[in-house]
Design a protein around this ligand. Structure first.
Ligand code: PGA
Length: 254
């Protein structure tokens, strides 16, 4: 089942690369991928210090710059975090929220809800990351994903949900080389659509793009994209390798 939404290829650079110059080089290479595949919407989540430096290089309509996280308040006594207006003024149009590596540092669904509220007020597009730590035979991991979605959107309207993106990233798959099967990814995509339909209505559910993330590679991207029905990918490690990122884009476009 192929989606009719514009395919999204999102990268997450995490704590890479080490310097602004290297970030600019990587971004220029990413820009070439965006130019070569205009039918894809590409975006990369870059470290905060590099946001404005790389955003100033982007002139492509199909290449956006994302923040990796934001704080839920805009000003005040909050050492070490960045706000929605700050990242927006540096050129970010989207931000990841609830990435498992942030959740692992103690972030709760309640804090994520506050961040989604702030992101909505500041008119950034939220990319909500959800996913289970491990799979169990009873299917409890589906309940985990349900609560991550419902609790994240607890403070915002249906209209905000409709303009959000959800990235399903099973924690056990991130950076490990292991992925769920294409059928398992399709089942989770359909499940997330069901959760959205039941809670926010069918019209909202239809608008939300659902991405898969976790060990997406040049080797597995084509089969996962074309067989699971996901609307695109959130790619970590392979987004740091322009050759791999370009191959993923090619496989999605085939
Ligand atoms: P990975 O990371 O592609 O390196 O597994 C994905 C992510 O954490 O977003």
């Amino acid at each position: 089942m192929q989606s009719i939404k514009k395919p999204l290829l999102f990268g997450n650079w995490k704590l890479n690369p080490p310097t602004l110059n290297e970030a600019k080089t990587l971004f220029r290479d990413t820009k070439k991928v965006a130019q070569k595949y205009p039918d894809l919407q590409i975006a990369v989540a870059v470290p905060t210090p590099f946001l404005s430096g790389v955003a100033s290089l982007s002139v492509n309509n199909n290449l956006a710059v994302m923040a990796q996280d934001v704080w839920h308040t805009s000003t005040g006594a909050e050492t070490g975090v960045v706000s929605v207006p700050m990242v927006k003024s540096c050129g970010a149009s989207h931000t990841l929220i609830g990435h498992s590596e942030v959740r692992a540092r103690g972030e709760t669904n309640e804090q994520i809800a506050k961040k989604i509220y702030a992101v909505d007020k500041g008119k950034l597009t939220p990319v909500l990351c959800v996913g289970e730590q491990a799979r169990d035979d009873e299917g409890q991991f589906y309940n985990t994903v349900t609560s991550q979605i419902i609790e994240a959107f607890a403070k915002v309207s249906k209209a905000t949900v409709a303009r959000s993106i959800i990235a399903y990233e099973p924690v056990w798959s991130i950076g490990t080389g292991h992925t769920p099967s294409e059928v398992e990814i399709e089942e989770m995509k359909l499940f997330i659509e069901k959760v959205l339909t039941e809670n926010y209505g069918r019209n909202v559910a239809k608008k939300v793009s659902i991405l898969y993330g976790g060990s997406v590679s040049a080797q597995n991207a084509g089969a996962i994209f074309h067989n699971s029905g996901v609307d695109g990918f959130l790619v970590g490690g392979a987004s740091l390798r322009p050759d791999n990122f370009s191959t993923i884009a090619k496989k999605m476009s085939e």
